[in-house]
Design a protein around this ligand. Structure first.
Ligand code: PMV
Length: 344
């Protein structure tokens, strides 16, 4: 029987202005922007064997072991994309996936894994249909598809700095797909950025991001949040263009704390930060005050703290981290070049 296979590696990303709240079909309530990471990757190998079974068939292996939970997520997604991939019921997919970062470490694995899956599906589609898409359109569709699989995954298909969602000042911006921010338009001080992830708690999140998004539907601060997120995004992009570090820091930290303030004030309320998260925030601000090294933090939907700083300060910051937080697990990452097709 005919067998085809492709492999992609795709990174996770860390949002600087957060996407929190959506309307049906994974349409975000506000635009977001993220750094694409370099070391936190999903490496996915997808094999398609022609069976003509007339139904979706998937075997899914995560780090060498069958994983039914991920499999059912993927099958559900493939069901929803049957029209796009009309060959999907004629082939059995064997998917082997691995992450270069530990599971539940505060690094968004759905962004890297779902983008790796969607890039692989589109590469398979090209092989099966024999229709090759122009590179730019390929990535645009990969972003749209990844967004439908898991919102923030739509940003992972592009390198470095990526926005997603309609932004007044960005012509052609869309809620349907992300777009890379041109590095040449960004001040060199933001070109190479480190993200050292300080692991406060590696346990699985107590509230899923799906549940968190839906609590925004009736949130009392909903309209204010979306207005502020739009403003934050515009201000952040101009601070990054003009090289305004203080503005960058204040917007990034505000947006992260706002995400958690929204969680704390939704009904029901939930708190993902731990006492240790707050302690780290204090320490980071203290270090910034004392040294003038422009470190700042952001936080995803979890207790772990992402310490962001220009690569020019890497040695000093890493020395401080090693000395001050001897017992803390820290995963070092930085901005990266986006997905890579490993095998075609
Ligand atoms: O893509 P989702 O549905 O897992 O939501 C991501 C939400 C945040 O990570 C908190 C923010 C973001 O923009 O990545």
């Amino acid at each position: 029987m005919e067998k085809l296979s492709v492999s992609w590696s795709s990174p996770s990303n860390i949002a600087l202005v957060k996407y929190w709240g959506k309307i049906p079909h994974q349409i975000p309530c506000n635009p977001s922007v993220s750094f694409t990471l370099k070391n936190s990757l999903t490496i996915m190998d997808v094999e398609a064997e022609k069976t003509n079974a007339g139904e979706i068939q998937v075997d899914f292996f995560f780090e060498g072991k069958i994983n039914e939970k991920f499999k059912s997520k993927i099958v559900k997604f493939l069901e929803s994309e049957r029209e796009r991939f009309d060959w999907i019921t004629n082939y059995k997919l064997t998917i082997k996936s691995e992450n270069t970062f530990p599971h539940s470490s505060g690094i968004a694995s759905s962004a890297s894994s779902m983008s790796a899956l969607c890039l692989s599906l589109l590469s398979l589609d090209e092989k099966i249909t024999g229709v090759k898409t122009q590179t730019e359109d390929f990535y645009k569709e990969a972003s749209d598809l990844s967004r439908r699989a898991s919102g923030s995954a739509g940003r992972s298909v592009y390198p470095y700095l990526v926005s997603w969602g309609e932004i007044d000042s960005v012509v052609g911006s869309s809620n349907l797909f992300a777009a890379p921010v041109n590095k040449a338009d960004i001040h060199p001080m933001f070109h190479d950025y480190c993200d050292s992830i300080m692991i406060v708690d590696a346990a699985e999140k107590s509230v899923s991001s799906r549940a968190g998004h839906s609590l925004m539907d009736s949130h009392p601060f909903r309209e204010l949040r979306y207005k502020r997120a739009h403003e934050n995004l515009e201000k952040l992009l101009s601070a990054m263009k003009e090289g305004k570090m203080e503005d960058f820091i204040s917007i990034v930290e505000e947006d992260a704390l706002m995400l958690h303030a929204l969680m704390m004030t939704s009904t029901p309320s939930f708190i993902l930060l731990k006492p240790m998260s707050l302690l780290l925030i204090e320490k980071i601000r203290e270090y910034r005050r004392n040294t003038n090294i422009p470190v700042c933090f952001t936080i995803d939907a979890g207790p772990n703290i992402h310490l962001l700083y220009p690569k020019a300060h890497e040695t000093a910051v890493k020395e401080w981290l090693a000395m001050e937080f001897k017992d803390l697990r820290i995963i070092h990452d930085e901005t990266g070049p986006g997905p890579v097709k490993i095998k075609d």
